[in-house]
Write a protein that binds this ligand. Structure first.
Ligand code: UDP
Length: 241
């Protein structure tokens, strides 16, 4: 039985880098498969699951801009990178037996469906896993903001942000052994302390829409389903402690 108020519909945000596994670029198929298995676990719990996947394992607009490209142009390349990741994840999810749809903010009819909010909701109601590709479709945004935006549009109960560590810490726990993990935080704590878990636009959007953010370790097998049931380690970000 779920210990938390059961999550009927959830958004999972996975960074592009999480798909690299032990590589330093691109996709590691074993890692993509493992995350797909975790998504299957969440679906088996009875939740409707949608995903936003980043593109940082392939291309980030800011890196293109630093190399002299026009920032907006580079951001469009970044959004295309998220489509590649979305297609890879779709394939892995389908291998797990999960019906999956990719909906892109930038229409690409030959590859996937265009993003249409009502259609996305319908897919989820029918038990399909929905992957939102191409971020928000706009340059100068991030896929964290896309995850917050789509989660609000889908009326998700929570945004699960899969990261490299099992929650939000007072300092980088991989560098500082005294770093402490927060059990709960407020949106304002996150913004005021500039905790670099999500960008400010994404946090503000979650705050305005009363969407809890749950930060957990995406690299720990089974963590997604455990955290959905209130087990294991994670940090919950809400309006008040
Ligand atoms: N991007 C964008 N608009 C969006 C989402 C993403 O322009 O709404 C671009 C941006 O260049 C970004 C890249 O896509 O650097 C990849 O997304 P992100 O950096 O958020 O990926 P992650 O860090 O999650 O892997």
């Amino acid at each position: 039985m779920n210990k938390l108020p059961s999550y009927k519909r959830v958004m999972l945000k996975v960074s592009g880098e999480a798909l690299m596994g032990s590589r330093d670029y691109g996709l590691e198929s074993a890692t993509v498969r493992r995350i797909a298995e975790d998504v299957r676990g969440a679906v088996e719990l009875g939740a409707e699951v949608c995903l936003v996947i980043g593109g940082g394992n392939i291309f980030r607009g800011i890196a293109g801009a630093a190399a002299g490209m026009d920032r907006a142009q580079a951001d469009y390349m970044g959004m295309l990178a998220t489509v590649m990741n979305a297609l890879a994840m779709q394939s892995a999810l389908e291998k797990q037996g999960l019906p999956t749809r990719v909906l892109s903010a930038i229409p690409m009819q030959s590859l996937c469906e265009p993003y249409i909010r009502r259609r996305a909701i319908r897919h989820m109601e029918k038990g399909r896993v929905v992957i939102f590709a191409a971020g928000t479709g706009n340059p100068f945004f991030t896929t964290d903001t896309a995850a917050a935006l789509r989660a609000a549009e889908m009326e998700c109960d929570a945004l699960f942000k899969g990261t490299q560590v099992d929650g939000v810490y007072s300092a980088d726990p991989r560098k500082n052994p005294k770093a402490e993990r927060y059990v709960t935080l407020t949106y304002l704590d996150m913004l005021a302390r500039d905790l670099l878990v999500m960008d400010a636009a994404a946090i503000s959007l979650c705050r305005e829409n009363k969407l809890p953010i749950i930060v957990f370790n995406i690299h720990e097998p089974g963590a997604f389903t455990a955290v959905m049931q209130g087990e294991g380690k994670f940090t919950t970000v809400v309006e008040q402690h």
